[in-house]
Write a protein that binds this ligand. Structure first.
Ligand SMILES: *Cc1c(COP(=O)(O)O)cnc(C)c1O
Length: 396
């Protein structure tokens, strides 16, 4: 059955009509100036969203996971050492990919609910006198736990240790929804995808390389073919791809960057912050708590909500889908069954968020939770009507 209900999974996100239309394209010659008129504005738009003037953007027919592979295979060699934090399912999977590529990973193991520890990174990097660590990995927003890590602090830690490693950041569930400062934080590679903040269907890995990362491409020994950014750069210079590009999705990316920039990127971030805060107040009103350990770690794109001990959180997700036709996110990995997730990123308004909060409330009551109908909705409404006053919502 087709549902008009918004989804509250933390990606893929709701696709606004304007983007559904933008990806619906007749075939054009994909090696032509006409294609260039789609491609180059899309790449420029991504640079603006990343607050970057000096990076090169590469967009592959893939997903965020392919973006991880693009980052490591283009810049590193077998046996190279990387430093990474495991604090959730996504950071875990990137570490696993590094290992499968024959990289040596120094893993900082964090509780799920914690962020990247800049202090630990500084200690480890300071101790690495011979500079054997080639890259530092950080997941900006750990989607499994709703934890945002402080990338500026990671950069400060690297500077304090005077360490020359490259900085790779997974921004799959933050870019386009939460502030990301590629140049200011001197991020060397940023990875994202089409189906989260960009509000598109899945199918694109979007990757930004700093000039330093591009230098590393020339010496890296890991094999890469499909994800070779040199082939991609050559393609772009001729308004094409090294293979057949997903033209409709790229047109969608062009239009997605236009609507984000038209709303105003700072307004987009403020909208996500406001919506997230409403969700958090609802969680508080329900007497529940977030998986994220502290206020400063709270994500503005996804909230992972702990359920009382002994209760299986997957039942909430299953019941909401079955009875109300609304999708929430399940708990992944270490927090499976312990949390359910409300994704609140992409094309979303306060009013849409209220419908998700209301559904969660009905679901929990159905399942015998001690919540009062309207309690979370009222807490969120109170926040939205105060904070939205005088602002015009332009969410697509
Ligand atoms: C969704 C997500 C990914 C994986 O992206 P895919 O598009 O599913 O490959 C990676 N990292 C984070 C933080 C994510 O949220």
């Amino acid at each position: 059955m087709f549902s008009q209900n918004p989804v509250f999974i933390p990606g893929p996100t709701n696709i606004p009509d304007v983007l559904r239309k933008a990806v619906d394209m007749p075939t054009i010659d994909h090696r032509s100036p006409l294609f260039g008129k789609i491609l180059h504005p899309a790449l420029e738009g991504v640079k603006k969203i990343l607050k970057s003037e000096r990076s090169a953007i590469f967009v592959f027919p893939s997903t965020g996971t392919g973006g991880w592979e693009t980052a490591i295979s283009n810049t590193l060699s077998p046996g190279d050492k990387v430093l990474a934090t495991r604090n959730g399912m996504f950071s875990h999977k990137w570490i696993d990919m590094c290992k499968r590529h024959g990289l040596e990973v120094e893993v900082v193991v964090q509780e799920w609910g914690e962020g990247v520890s800049a202090d630990r990174y500084e200690e480890i990097l300071t101790a690495d006198k011979g500079h054997s660590i080639r890259a530092v990995l950080a997941t900006h927003n750990e989607t499994a736990t709703g934890v945002r890590s402080d990338i500026a602090a990671v950069r400060r830690a690297m500077d304090a240790a005077r360490h020359p490693a490259l900085l790779f950041v997974d921004g799959v569930s933050s870019v386009g929804s939460m502030d990301f400062r590629m140049d200011e934080w001197r991020v060397d590679i940023a990875v994202t995808g089409s189906q989260k903040g960009f509000m598109l269907p899945p199918g694109l890995a979007i990757v930004a390389f700093s000039p330093r990362a591009l230098d590393a491409v020339t010496t890296a020994q890991l094999p890469r073919t499909f994800f070779d950014v040199r082939d991609m750069a050559n393609g772009y210079a001729n308004n094409g791809y090294p293979y057949t590009p997903p033209v409709g999705l790229l047109n969608g990316l062009k239009v997605a960057t236009e609507i984000l920039l038209d709303e105003g990127i700072e307004n987009v971030f403020a909208r996500h912050r406001r919506i997230a805060e409403g969700v958090r107040r609802a969680v508080d009103a329900w007497g529940l708590s977030l998986c994220a350990a502290r206020t400063e770690l709270y994500s503005d794109t996804v909230s992972a909500i702990r359920v009382p001990e002994g209760f299986d959180a997957n039942r909430i997700v299953a019941h909401a889908a079955e009875i109300y036709g609304v999708a929430f996110g399940t708990g992944l990995g270490d927090v499976a069954g312990k949390v359910f997730r409300i994704g609140h990123l992409g094309s979303l308004t306060d009013v849409m968020a209220l419908s998700g909060i209301a559904t969660a409330e009905m679901t929990m009551l159905d399942l015998g939770f001690n919540v009062k109908l309207g309690s979370g909705v009222a807490a969120a409404q109170d926040h939205y009507r105060r904070s939205a006053a005088g602002t015009q919502q332009k969410a697509a």
